[in-house]
Design a protein around this ligand. Sequence first.
Ligand code: C5J
Length: 227
Amino acid sequence: MPVIEARPSAIEFDPGSAALLVIDMQRDFLEPGGFGAALGNDVSLLGRVVAPCRDALRIARAAGIAVLHTREGHRPDLSDAPRAKVHRSPPGLRIGDPGPMGRILIRGEPGHEIVPELAPEPGEPVIDKPGKGAFYQTDLELMLRNRGIETLLVAGVTTEVCVHTTVREANDRGLRCIVLADCCGSYFPEFHEAALAMVAAQGGIFGWVSDVAALRRAMGETGRDTA
Ligand code: C5J
């Protein structure tokens, strides 16, 4: 079985019961004019995550590791959007308001789409979630149980919000989470580092922290990625 180098310790995992979960790599978070920008963030900070994520996707697909994607967003009528969440941004920049990529954080709009470089392949489930955690009000847990998934390789944005919430939820459901550090990003680099440190602290209280190069080595690949 492959062993991946990680913090706080290397970990063995079975690719047949592992899944790569790519969280919220949407235009709304990565491009100007979307939800991330509406909250006052510098979205250019997330762009560096795309290439490592593409590499992780390529490795997982080649190794037969299941791949799942999530998207954060809401129904066009906002019936699943808590008022407290909608009202957190100023009028004109709220969830549902029109923007350069369509209505902000609304399913079906261009901004809600996953960035083209990381587009899901046919057969890869895309889980639409109304909250930060990927297990909240979704059928993700059922899908993972039905596929016999025990280990999650976790990538996406943002590290301390949707990635962290999801890792905490997964940990409580008995899943082993290996967070791929360079495949995760934040508008706040110091939060990214702190969030990863929290995962691996106390002997790995929520999981393990690794990176895409270690995944590549674990799967027996040598040399640099060409993606
Ligand atoms: C945020 C996310 N940061 N996907 N969402 O609002 O992390």
